[in-house]
Unconditional design. Structure first.
Ligand code: NAP
Ligand code: ZN
Length: 352
């Protein structure tokens, strides 16, 4: 076991602050990674502030961060896929049982014994796992990903959550040429959703509450932009969508989007607001429409997504910040003031 620097929240109401945490020494199959960049996901904020109390209560201290890229510093004796000096990435998962039906399908995210990167029971050290707002992390090589060499590292970090969370449902629901696809909420997830929908060849429509994001949405690959608070603009699209990805972090009217689906169309929720959202039966009955959800993606699909991004030169649009600005970044996330992902330059932690 060794000590490493981190930023943690001590309670739901305390700002994140400098801390020291324990990491295990790498065992046989482990890879130790010096963290270079870590993206800031709205899930970090939800959990640091215990907003998912009813589903995933937070244990403190909480060290968030599950969009990790870095360099391998040490490997266990049985590691074959990585060597010191390699670039490596870690997303939202650090372990699973490897034997259940979901693991056999490469859906480790649905394994009943999956271990999430932070705020999950740590079977090695006890307590809970600690995420990427830290100097280093130790992860079984099965959960370590390869970063394509041509990608900017800060822009690649958010692919590990925002990337896979939008890529996976779009692949699952057949987003591609000839399909009309909506993306709701132009934040970290949403802007990656727009890039993927565009890259897959779909007619892509962004729904935003922020009129000042219109130009950006078009630049990111949208064919059309709808200001979702304008009822007339919304009505024009009634009954016309094959698929809509809802990536909104706060309470909103989901029926407004279900009503935009054509028969047999699907709204997939990836956003995870704190409170339940009412669904009108008639929105679904009319046209046999579906409402579904999606959680990140499996490890093999995450690697597939990273390779796709390497081939198509896709990264996240990031605002790189020092760790000392993390609390300010959280405040800005709550105001939808992010273009379009904060990414922490972890070199800044060395000053603590
Ligand atoms: P984010 O960067 O903060 O973006 C959220 C966007 O939602 C905002 O930029 C804003 O877009 C829109 N929005 C915010 N408040 C709104 C409101 N009151 N009404 C309507 N729209 C509003 O967040 P993120 O990191 O992309 O995460 C989005 C959600 O996905 C979070 O709940 C997060 O926990 C969840 N998540 C889920 C998974 C999964 O596996 N399912 C993975 C990662 C994250 P506009 O300005 O364009 O309106
Ligand atoms: Zn995330």
């Amino acid at each position: 076991m060794y000590k490493t620097k981190a930023y943690s929240a001590a309670s739901a109401t305390s700002p994140l602050a400098s801390d020291k945490i324990n990491r295990r020494d790498p065992s046989e199959r482990d890879v130790q990674i010096e963290i270079l960049f870590c993206g800031v996901c709205h899930s970090d904020l939800h959990q640091a502030r215990n907003e998912w109390q009813s589903a995933i209560p937070t244990t403190y201290p909480c060290v968030p961060g599950h969009e990790i890229v870095g360099r391998v510093t040490k490997i266990g004796s049985a590691v074959t896929k990585y060597k010191p000096g390699d670039l490596a990435a870690v997303g939202c998962l650090v372990d699973s049982d490897g034997t259940c039906p979901q693991c056999k399908l490469d859906h480790e995210q649905f394994c009943p014994n999956a271990t999430f990167t932070y705020n999950a029971p740590d079977k090695h050290l006890g307590g809970v796992t600690y995420g990427g707002y830290s100097d280093s992390i130790v992860v079984n090589e099965r959960f370590v990903l390869r970063v394509p060499a041509n990608l900017d590292l800060a822009g690649a970090a958010p692919l590990l959550c925002a990337g896979i969370t939008t890529y996976s449902p779009m692949r699952h629901w057949g987003v591609g040429k000839g399909k009309k696809v909506g993306v709701v909420g132009l934040g970290g997830l949403g802007h990656m959703g727009v890039k993927f929908a565009h890259a897959f060849g779909a007619h892509t429509v962004v729904f935003t509450t922020s009129p000042n994001k219109k130009e950006d949405a078009l630049r990111l690959g949208a064919d059309e932009v709808v200001i979702s608070r304008n009822a007339d603009e919304m009505r024009k699209h009634a009954g016309s969508f094959d698929f809509i990805l809802d990536a909104v972090s706060a309470h909103h009217d989901i029926n407004a989007y279900i009503n935009l689906l054509r028969p047999d169309g699907t709204v997939t929720l990836v956003g995870a607001p704190e409170q339940p959202m009412p669904v009108s039966a008639f929105s679904l009955l009319m046209g046999r429409r579906s409402l579904s959800g999606s959680l990140i993606g499996g490890i093999a699909e995450t690697q597939e997504m990273l390779d796709f991004c390497g081939q198509h030169n896709i990264t996240s649009d990031v605002e790189v910040i020092p760790i000392q600005k993390i609390n300010e970044a959280y405040d800005r996330l709550l105001k939808s003031d992010v273009k379009y992902r904060f990414c922490i330059d972890m070199a800044s932690l060395k000053a603590e």
